[in-house]
Write a protein that binds this ligand. Structure first.
Ligand SMILES: Cc1cc2nc3c(=O)[nH]c(=O)nc-3n(C[C@H](O)[C@H](O)[C@H](O)COP(=O)(O)OP(=O)(O)OC[C@H]3O[C@@H](n4cnc5c(N)ncnc54)[C@H](O)[C@@H]3O)c2cc1C
Length: 445
């Protein structure tokens, strides 16, 4: 397999300038998965992550069956499930007003895992990094923040950044922006992002968990809502609130806020005092947007950098992973030959724009139902008609059970594994979808 060679390759950790095949900016779900898949296919890849570790709180914890299916196709599912995780969720239930309803039933899926895993994102990213490090062409530089792009003759040819050792310059055949919803490299590329507006922000907090607590994920009543994520010995709780209402809530005082939590979930009465003051809560701004064009010569964005997702349905991580799988499938061949055309990059957008648009539209509809008619409305909450329809009718019920856990247009790993190819190591039986990817008519590289 052809690889880029240079005096200072991605492997030379100390160098202030280096060059290689693909530089991924951002070590979140999208960037780490893409880095892993490309290295697994034998491509020299460098991931730049601005933080020193993956240990950040209040990040999504949901690993959906679509991502577990990717793990299966990669042959690492068993190892993944050995990692510490809170639980395997087979059904998602909620209480809306007085009604307890089923929001999703994973046991009816045809994927290998008929459940969702709740795993802190740091654990998930650490696992991907551990798998990727088995490949000599994978390089990860933590505490390295991209600050700009290098452009020559209208093409992006590299990244500028800062590391603990000082400023650095990375040159690459392709730069991938996977640095999340406030993407610096996207802004530097001059590509435009369309803001779709998000009516609510989310206040996050922790409350301790007791063994006999109800296993419900979502509560909504009398103009308030509460999301719960099981973190083992505590609940990570999210309270969505209209952007304009947050200051008003704070003005009413922490006592009123605590009382509102207890009204929704009475079992918190004995521990809501753990919220001593507003410093025990963290406000996370929700952004929903998408790029009109995801690429330009030498550069492409994926994940939240290309389309920031709202927390509704907890699908953002899985969309980011699906983008990474699609991007690797499309790019492995061209990167292997050292030549990525804008046409190759356009294929990524064509493949992923439809699932993104549709998912954002469904999220907007649900958010509108909550923020437009529910949040702030002091009357008793009744189930929106769309939820009743999803509950009771066969076809919508099937759609609900498939769309959230598996996503629209699920991606399958088509890139090869050089360890399998080189040493004949086979960790799980190969399925058709694991056949090495090759563009039509392209010789093996
Ligand atoms: C409040 C809230 C709750 C959510 N809850 C869920 C949930 O439960 N489940 C779910 O699936 N989704 C959830 N989401 C959405 C989800 O977090 C995102 O869709 C997902 O993380 C996107 O992955 P990503 O890799 O594209 O971006 P990110 O996860 O944002 O990763 C980007 C990475 O790039 C790094 N970075 C940023 N700038 C630079 C730079 N200049 N140089 C180098 N590195 C940089 C960051 O440190 C980060 O590690 C939630 C979103 C919000 C706002």
């Amino acid at each position: 397999m052809k690889r880029t060679t240079a005096a200072n390759t991605f492997a030379s950790e100390s160098g202030r300038s280096s060059s290689g095949t693909c530089c991924v900016v951002g070590g979140g779900p999208a960037g780490m998965m893409l880095g892993y898949l490309l290295a697994r296919a034998g491509i020299e890849v460098l991931v730049l992550e601005k933080h020193a570790d993956f240990l950040r709180d209040f990040r999504g914890d949901t690993v959906h069956p679509s991502t577990l299916e990717v793990m299966f196709e990669l042959g690492v599912l068993d190892e993944f499930l050995k990692r510490s995780h809170q639980k395997q969720v087979h059904q998602v239930r909620a209480r809306i007003g007085r009604d307890e309803i089923l929001l999703g039933d994973f046991s009816l899926l045809s994927t290998h895992c008929r459940f969702m895993v709740m795993m802190p994102q740091w654990e998930f990213l650490d696992f991907i990094a551990e798998q990727a490090r088995r490949y000599p062409t994978f390089h990860l530089r933590m505490e390295t923040e991209a600050t700009g792009l290098i452009e020559e003759d209208g093409r992006i040819v590299g990244v500028r950044g800062n590391s603990p050792a000082g400023p650095l310059e990375v040159r690459a055949t392709l730069v991938v922006g996977a640095d999340g919803r406030n993407s610096v490299v996207r802004d530097c590329s001059g590509l435009r992002v369309e803001d779709l507006g998000a009516p609510t922000d989310v206040l996050w907090m922790r409350l301790s968990k007791h063994a006999d607590d109800p296993e419900l994920f979502f509560y909504a009543d009398r103009g308030r809502a509460l999301f719960l994520t099981d973190r083992g010995d505590y609940w990570q709780c999210g309270v969505p609130a209209p952007k304009a209402a947050i200051a008003e809530m704070q003005a009413k005082g922490i006592e009123a806020f605590r009382a509102a939590i207890v009204e929704l979930a009475p079992f918190f009465e004995d521990r809501v005092g753990e919220l001593r003051n507003w410093n025990d809560l963290k406000l996370l701004t929700v952004t929903v947007n998408r790029m009109r064009r995801w690429y330009r010569p030498g550069f492409v964005c994926i994940g939240d950098a290309a389309h920031a997702m709202s927390p509704v349905g907890g699908v953002g991580i899985n969309l980011a992973i699906q983008d990474a799988v699609a991007a690797a499938n499309i790019l492995a061949g061209p990167l292997c030959k050292g030549n990525v055309s804008p046409g190759d990059l356009a294929k990524i957008q064509r493949r992923r724009a439809f699932p993104t648009r549709l998912t954002q539209s469904v999220q907007a509809l649900i958010q509108k139902r909550i923020a437009g008619h529910g949040l702030g409305n002091p009357g008793p909450t009744r189930l929106p008609w769309i939820v009743r329809l999803l509950e009771r009718t066969t076809l919508p019920c099937r759609l609900r059970n498939r769309v959230i856990p598996v996503g629209i247009r699920p991606e399958h790993v088509k890139t090869p594994d050089i360890l399998n190819a080189a040493y004949g190591i086979r960790r799980e039986p190969l399925s058709i979808s694991q056949a090495p990817y090759r563009a039509p008519g392209e010789p093996p590289c």
